[in-house]
Design a protein around this ligand. Structure first.
Ligand SMILES: Cc1ncc(COP(=O)(O)O)c(C=O)c1O
Length: 406
């Protein structure tokens, strides 16, 4: 979207506002699909990345499935049109009550611990299940989003595959899928291929005879920083399909090839529009204060993540170096530190780029500031997808849930 287009959206809907370009999401989806030419390809969008209802409905129209991770995810996905058969539920430290709630919808449960597998088998013998393994491959954009190897809570260990198989036999469970997810923002194509090989090694002859698919999770990177090295998805796709085809020949039948991309599909389709309200000099630094803050886009503070910031009101101004901050009472409330940006003036609109994944979705209302509005653009036309609450509405919603206040 051009700066002029975004300025019009800021004028029409105010700020702070997230803008999601559904046309771009469709391009990402088609690019991903084309890169993995396998007849039984299934793309289960990892809705944790962005659960905006208009975004979910767009994925439903495209024919995607869903990777859900909480009862809320499941309710939201079905409210947006997804059928239970199109959803995989990746269970992570769930309670018995959550297991019951989910299992009784008939959704396929992806189980990542022997303890939960035992409880599941005892309660639902004879049903279908998917098993999540820790691929023992360490990769990802930041330590906090690496999910393979020793320092993670996720997945059954590869060396416990026989024990897992014994549990499934004891309860007559039909293991229809094996799963791994190595991390988010995987830097090396080799990690993706190595993790696949690890799952192939779990499916030794006779151990899991009922497989219908292998699910290799998400983690496909997008370039956030200028000149950041990228992985060629088409070259990767061909290598993946080649290896998968070889595995299927050895296994004895063609299986489904499943992925759960989040970031790859939505990150670069999102922009957070914020307004500058304060420019101040702190000795050597220039502070640029905006009307948003880390609870509305936490990746820089949480993961030291880079988001490009464009001054769309004054793109040709001569650059200066700014600390771009929010309006929250925390020192770490920064979108960027020491960043060169065309001269910023009070009332300018800044576009924080690549904000379509793990931004609004990880948001909160710390300091009792409501979350931004969400606007989607489809066929070039913007429309409101979710309005911004007023502070009064936010407080009323909190008080209405408190018996001490009603
Ligand atoms: C199990 C699982 N699948 C898929 C994803 C999506 O990852 P990404 O958004 O990097 O593609 C995640 C993200 O953490 C995950 O935990």
């Amino acid at each position: 979207m051009t700066p002029d287009h975004l300025i019009e959206i800021a004028d029409q809907f105010g700020t702070p506002t997230y803008v999601y370009d559904l046309d771009q999401i469709k391009v990402q989806y088609q690019t991903f699909k084309t890169a993995f030419p396998w007849p039984l390809l299934k793309i289960c969008y990892a809705m944790k990345a962005n659960y905006n209802p208009s975004v979910l409905k767009a994925f439903h129209k495209l024919g995607a499935g869903i990777d859900a991770v909480s009862p809320g995810d499941l309710h939201m996905a079905t409210a947006c049109g997804f059928y239970v058969k199109d959803i995989i539920y990746t269970a992570n430290n769930i309670t018995d009550a959550e297991m019951k709630e989910i299992a009784e919808t008939g959704v396929l449960m992806n189980i990542g611990s022997l303890s939960r597998l035992e409880k599941y088998g005892r309660t639902y013998p004879g049903t279908r299940v998917c098993l999540r393994f820790n691929p023992d491959v360490v990769d990802g954009a930041h330590d906090k989003i690496k999910t393979g190897g020793d320092l993670t809570k996720f997945g059954i260990l590869l060396e416990d595959a026989d024990t897992a198989a014994a549990v499934t036999r004891r309860y007559d469970l039909k293991v229809t899928g094996l799963h791994e997810h190595t991390g988010s923002g995987l830097k090396k194509a080799d990690s993706i291929l190595k993790a696949m090989e690890q799952i192939f090694s779990v499916a030794v002859p006779g151990r899991f005879p009922d497989l219908e698919f292998l699910d290799f999770g998400g983690g496909f990177k997008v370039a956030y920083e200028p000149d950041e090295p990228d992985i060629d998805i088409n070259i990767l796709g061909r290598a993946v399909v080649d290896r998968f085809s070889g595995f299927c020949d050895r296994y004895g039948r063609k299986l489904g090839l499943w992925f759960e991309p989040g970031k790859y599909l939505t990150a670069n389709a999102g922009t957070l529009l914020v307004e500058v309200n304060t420019i101040k000099r702190n000795r050597s630094r220039i502070i640029c204060g905006t009307n948003s803050g880390f609870p509305q886009l936490i990746r820089p503070m949480f993961y030291d993540a880079w988001h490009t910031i464009d001054n769309i009101s004054h793109p040709l101004g001569s650059p200066a170096v700014y600390d771009v901050c929010g309006n929250i009472c925390e020192t770490g409330d920064l979108f960027a530190a020491g960043r060169a940006i065309p001269e910023i003036r009070e009332s300018d609109i800044l576009a924080i780029r690549d904000a379509g994944a793990y931004c609004y979705a990880m948001g909160g209302t710390y300091n009792l500031r409501p979350m931004p509005a969400e606007v989607v653009v489809e066929n070039g036309v913007p429309r409101l997808s979710r309005r911004r609450m007023t502070p009064q509405e936010l407080v009323e919603s909190i008080c209405s849930e408190s018996p001490d206040m009603v």
